[in-house]
Write a protein that binds this ligand. Structure first.
Ligand SMILES: Nc1ncnc2c1ncn2[C@@H]1O[C@H](COP(=O)(O)OP(=O)(O)OP(=O)(O)O)[C@@H](O)[C@H]1O
Ligand SMILES: [Mg+2]
Length: 364
């Protein structure tokens, strides 16, 4: 177990490409932290700097409060698992796992006991004598995991380790990895661009874009309390629906309107908008915060259904408002049909309001 601190960590490639810029982060003992963000946002770059595989341009990396910024990789006591399984083809599974322990000059007995222990943990005990080519992708990735676990690293680094697996196996391995983490308690940084993977595995999620951190928080924080439009739009499927609205006060009531919609909001909104003096705003509503009402008087607006996407456990209802497609999650029953007119309300405690220019969340 170990702590990790990144202080103003930056990486520049060539003269002007910043792979990561001013990354500040503190990871606690035993924490499972996920770096999440779209392709090219700097996840791998940051992870490789922690591993010592990438030279740091600016800033500092501390492991257990010790400066390791310029320490060579093998002295950092970190283990990394890559997307491509990177197991040695000419060695058996046993030899693959044992190899780093041999380098550490561990005794034969100790190596044997550790190999068996980690093989048991990742469920590959029956394959110890096979070669990687005799294994499936999922099994090969388990070998890579076992090899990384075997050295009992201070910090476990994983770069999209599940993304080469098929969808079903990926979901299964998520649960197993989480269980292994609960057992070993190793401080872990896990990289993914899959928001659902991040939500389901992380103690804390670090949402990244263009080399910098947009928000750090537990899965509920980043989902229900998104810091800006990017985070609200990136996390959740279907994503948050955004409405560009104008604000006006009529008879003391706050009204949001645009060319297609108009609704009066509760008194709470007034308080929230106390220090906001622009006339336009971005309203964010998650698909499950909508409700289809029988009674028109309870609705914020009425709209015709464009498409219904049944999902078994629930239905996704798509509406076309202006030139925008809005998605609503409705229970499995009653069933709705395209072209049906429905009354729609939303939970005003769950809406998110964003500044039209900065795209940052408006807070009290
Ligand atoms: N060796 C390199 N030389 C130049 N630019 C690089 C190099 N490696 C990465 N970059 C750039 O740095 C930025 C961050 O890349 P990085 O690989 O960290 O992204 P990522 O978040 O891991 O993306 P992905 O999800 O696609 O793996 C990108 O703009 C990328 O083009
Ligand atoms: Mg990457």
């Amino acid at each position: 177990m170990a702590t990790l601190k990144l202080i103003n960590l930056s990486k520049r490639y060539g003269k002007s490409v910043w792979g990561a810029k001013n990354v500040n982060l503190e990871v606690n003992h035993g924490e499972f932290v996920v770096f999440l963000g779209p392709s090219g946002c700097g996840k791998t770059t940051t992870l490789r700097m922690i591993a010592g595989l990438e030279e740091v341009t600016e800033g500092m990396i501390l492991i257990d409060d010790k400066d390791v910024t310029f320490l060579e990789p093998r002295k950092r006591e970190v283990s990394m698992v890559f997307q491509s399984y990177a197991v040695w083809p000419h060695m058996t599974v046993y030899e693959n796992i044992a190899f780093p322990l041999k380098l550490k000059k561990e005794s034969k007995e100790k190596i044997d006991s550790i190999v068996n222990e980690v093989a048991e943990m990742v469920k590959i005990k029956e394959y110890l004598k096979r070669y990687p080519r005799q294994l499936s992708g999922g099994q090969r990735q388990r070998v890579a995991l076992a090899r990384a676990l075997a050295v009992k690293p201070k910090i476990f680094l994983m770069d999209e380790p599940l993304s080469n697996l098929d969808a079903k196996l990926r979901v299964k391995m998520r649960t197993e990895l989480k269980a292994i983490h609960n057992k070993t308690g190793a401080t872990t940084i896990f990289v993914t661009h899959d928001q659902s993977e991040a939500l389901s595995m992380a103690d804390r999620i670090v949402v990244m874009r263009n080399g910098h951190i947009e928000q750090v928080g537990n899965p509920d924080d980043v989902y229900f309390d998104s810091e800006n439009i990017f985070v609200a739009g990136f996390i959740g499927t279907p994503p948050t629906n955004f409405f560009k609205m104008e604000i006006k006060i009529e008879n003391g009531k706050t009204i949001f309107f645009n060319e297609n919609l108009k609704f009066t909001l509760s008194e709470k909104i007034k308080d929230l908008l106390k220090n906001y003096n622009k006339s336009k705003i971005i309203l964010g509503i998650r698909p499950e915060s909508f409700k289809i009402e029988e009674n028109k008087n309870k609705a914020h607006f009425t709209e015709k259904i464009l498409v219904v996407e049944p999902q078994g456990s629930h239905q996704i209802i798509a509406l076309e408002i202006g030139d925008q497609i809005i998605k609503i999650i409705a229970p499995a029953f009653p069933k709705y049909k395209a072209n049906e007119i429905i009354n729609i309300s939303f939970d005003e405690d769950r809406i998110m309001l964003f500044d039209i220019e900065t795209e940052k969340r408006i807070r009290r």
